[in-house]
Design a protein around this ligand. Structure first.
Ligand code: HPA
Length: 275
């Protein structure tokens, strides 16, 4: 929950980061499960491990590195999170979205989010890329609960276009030029960490979801609160077909995400170039 202490936390975090990174960042990037290698193409200037950054939560999931990377990508100054924080790890929504607040204070105006997700739309295939056009938030806590951080944004932020239509249009043009097929749809965020039952996959499809995952929506809400432009893309790592559900493991999810990652990286880099 946000409390008045948030502002002094932010100041302490920034004081630390400013010892290493003096400039302004323009674009924030969050790398999802199995997607950490996108960081390899960043021309790195500084890397800060989360566990040394004051007030940063420490990533507990093995499939995620935990560091903040400062550098250049697609000609833009970026700050990338290699490893994100999930609700199922036990963090509060304030902790999960804390780095996004810090990105804003470093100058970030555009946020690119990525994740691994299960398909609810049964026309999707393993390894497909899905642009998130809209979302449904089924997480049990909202990152804006608590006092409103008035210096960042309004009490009741508008969510009529949480994912920026121009960035979506631009990504589609890029993908068409590169010959990368793209899906587009609604992402449903759930708490996890268990995957869904057959009845749950069926329910999530009925309520309007195309893909389901355990992240992204908290970061998107906080970024919208602060007036950032958001673009998000899912890699479809498993198929939530209620009538034909197969057991999936984290290893399989990571493998599919890894295999599809180069396509996502290409789109992110070109999107950055066009900003
Ligand atoms: N459900 C929830 N989260 C996920 C899934 C899924 O099927 N696949 C990857 N993340």
């Amino acid at each position: 929950m946000t409390t008045p202490e948030a502002y002094s936390h932010f100041r302490e975090t920034l004081d630390y980061i400013r010892r290493y990174f003096k400039g302004e960042a323009e674009v924030g990037i969050v790398l999802g499960t199995g997607l950490g290698r996108l960081a390899e193409v960043i021309e790195k200037e500084h890397q800060l491990a989360y566990n040394f950054i004051p007030h940063f939560p420490i990533s507990t999931v093995e499939s995620h590195f935990g560091r903040l990377i400062f550098g250049r990508l697609g000609g833009k100054r970026v700050v990338a999170m290699q490893g994100r924080f999930h609700y199922y790890e036990g963090y509060s929504m304030y902790q999960i979205t804390y780095p996004i607040r810090i990105m804003k204070l470093l100058g970030v105006h555009t946020l690119l989010l990525s994740n691994a997700a299960g398909a609810l739309n049964l026309s999707f295939n393993l390894g497909d890329l899905m642009i998130i056009r809209d979302h449904i938030n089924l997480l049990p806590e909202n990152p804006l609960r608590g006092i409103n951080l008035d210096q960042f944004g309004p009490r009741f932020p508008d969510m009529s276009s949480p994912y920026h239509p121009e960035l979506i249009a631009h990504a589609k043009t890029i993908a068409a030029r590169l010959g990368i097929p793209l899906r587009e749809g609604v992402y449903v965020a759930v708490a996890g960490p268990n995957l869904e039952t057959r009845a749950e996959y069926r329910f999530l499809r009925i309520i309007g979801g195309d893909a389901v995952g355990m992240s992204t929506v908290p970061e998107c809400i906080v970024a919208n609160h602060m007036g950032m432009r958001v673009f998000a893309m899912s890699i479809i790592t498993d198929i939530g077909d209620p009538d034909n559900l197969k057991p999936v493991s984290l290893e399989e999810i990571i493998k599919v995400a890894n295999d599809a990652e180069p396509k996502l990286t290409q789109i992110f880099v070109e999107l950055l170039q066009g900003l």
